[in-house]
Ligand binder design. Structure first.
Ligand SMILES: [Fe+2]
Ligand SMILES: [Fe+2]
Length: 494
């Protein structure tokens, strides 16, 4: 029988409650010393989770994925641990590189995410006993650094931002120290000494933040699942083994990817999305087609028989949808970063191979068709960049079916594709707003209009045409050179 603790109030004496309350008060006596620690732990955990929740709720779809969000949390925790570790060294609080972790986050996920990271970092570190380190001027220096660094894409910009924020911080410290000094002790010499001291301190902190950022950036980006600009540029090199494989085995698909890359990059830059990442994603999205290239019309030579000849619609669809899983497998085996692999498994979303689905319905009129074999084994795009690629994939394919340069006709085509993706729910998780869709539609239309521009014929072409021999068509109408359509263009880029 458990005894009721002596601390139990008398009004809680009823016999039926004795056992339960006895256990409770016994536990309270045992765990009493632990409670303050537990409360502190819960408070820190609540601050940490609130910070991650704020990041999750930001209009940044990538932060809704587990890997990047956990990576950001790990970076904040690492920053807090390092700050705590520096404390016993007796370094002045002004030396803490508070802008470092937020700058890591801002580089990968934008300035808004960086600001939330800065506040979360300060709140967690403050709750763990570093409150005096994260004063308003220190946090202000971190904020100014974030705003001036503008995504920290170039070292020169980051260096300028670090020195400017550090200089502003030094000037602030100087004015505070000057106003706190006794009026009778103020002199020009003292003012100059104070200014030199505080400005030197501010500039040294700003410079150390810049250096430590560029030294640690690669590791931090890897932890947060972000791909660095250098890596992206390296992946665009046409001598990359995967691109060479695509060029050799599926040249038509590679040309489709390159044409798409231009459109997708333009569309992404028009709404402030990551244009370089989108371009790289376009280069690699259809890599799976290099496994069975002849099942895709763009890889057939003029007059060549399609590999779909003699297959049922279900069999044909199996070959078409397979390029998604094949591509993902090849990319992951080659160690391509996950944000680029994502383009491969989202570029068809959860759509169906419409052409072969229609064929199946024609073969079995009046029957309920099993749509499962015709479904792409992918996911809907969860970022703006992958959603742009999905749209441009269809737009590029459809644009090859018209020779017109009429902006109205091209706009109608593009709008139709955008609306169909929107109404089928493929863009629901992408974070693209209606305003952004409108802007990128206009940019894509403009790009397509000018991409199909005509040139004046050369004299020898006119001469040849007059004689009725040679190339009667101008060299500037490439679509007339294409092979006869065996299947609609739309399945050629499936
Ligand atoms: Fe494609
Ligand atoms: Fe595809």
């Amino acid at each position: 029988m458990v005894q009721v603790s002596a601390h139990a109030p008398g009004w809680l004496a009823p016999a039926s409650w004795n056992l339960k309350l006895g256990v409770f008060f016994h536990a309270a006596e045992m765990w009493g010393p632990v409670v303050p620690w537990l409360v502190e732990f819960c408070a820190v955990a609540a601050l940490f989770v609130s910070c991650l929740y704020a990041l999750w709720g930001l209009n940044q779809p990538r932060l809704r994925l587990t890997r990047p969000l956990v990576g950001v949390g790990a970076c904040i925790a690492l920053g807090v641990c390092c700050s705590l570790g520096l404390r016993p060294l007796g370094l002045p609080v002004e030396y803490l590189p508070v802008g470092l972790v937020p700058l890591w986050i801002a580089t990968s996920f934008g300035v808004g995410a960086g600001m939330i990271g800065l506040l979360g970092f300060g709140a967690v570190a403050g709750a763990l006993g570093l409150a005096e380190s994260f004063t308003v001027p220190v946090l202000g220096r971190g904020l100014l650094l974030l705003l001036l660094a503008r995504g920290a894409r170039r070292p020169s910009v980051t260096a300028r931002a670090g020195l400017s924020a550090g200089g502003a911080y030094g000037a602030l410290l100087c004015s505070v120290a000057w106003s706190a000094s006794p009026a009778q002790e103020r002199s020009v010499t003292q003012a100059l000494n104070l200014l030199g001291e505080t400005l030197g301190l501010g500039l040294a902190v700003g410079f150390s933040e810049f250096v430590s950022f560029w030294l640690t950036r690669g590791v931090a980006e890897r932890v947060m699942g972000h791909v660095s600009r250098d890596r992206l540029v390296a992946l665009l090199d046409l001598s990359h083994p995967l691109l060479k494989r695509m060029m050799e085995r599926a040249p038509g698909s590679f040309e489709h990817s390159r044409a798409m890359a231009n459109l997708a990059e333009q569309a992404a830059s028009s709404i402030g999305a990551d244009a370089l990442l989108t371009r790289v994603g376009a280069y690699y999205h259809d890599l799976g087609k290099s496994v069975e290239p002849k099942f895709f019309i763009e890889n057939l030579l003029q007059g060549e028989t399609s590999a779909h000849q003699g297959l049922t619609p279900v069999e044909s669809a199996e070959h078409i949808v397979r390029h998604v899983t094949e591509g993902v497998g090849i990319l992951r085996d080659a160690g391509i970063p996950e944000p680029i692999v994502e383009f491969s498994y989202t570029h068809h979303g959860s759509q169906h191979v419409e052409y072969f689905l229609n064929q199946q319905q024609k073969l079995h009129p009046g029957c309920v068709i099993d749509r499962h074999p015709f479904a792409y084994p992918g996911m809907r795009p969860s970022t703006k960049e992958t959603a742009i690629l999905m749209l441009v994939d269809s737009i590029e394919a459809a644009s090859r079916t018209i020779d017109s340069r009429d902006p109205a006709q091209i706009r109608q085509l593009v709008s139709r594709i955008v609306f169909s993706k929107l109404s089928s729910g493929q863009l629901d998780d992408s974070g693209l707003s209606a305003a952004e869709l409108k802007i990128l539609t206009e940019r894509v239309v403009e790009t397509l209009v000018y991409a199909n521009h005509h040139r004046v014929k050369y004299p020898w072409q006119e001469e040849s045409a007059r004689r009725g021999g040679g190339p009667s068509a101008p060299v500037n109408t490439p679509h007339q050179e294409k092979q006869p359509v065996i299947f609609p263009r739309s399945i050629g880029v499936a």
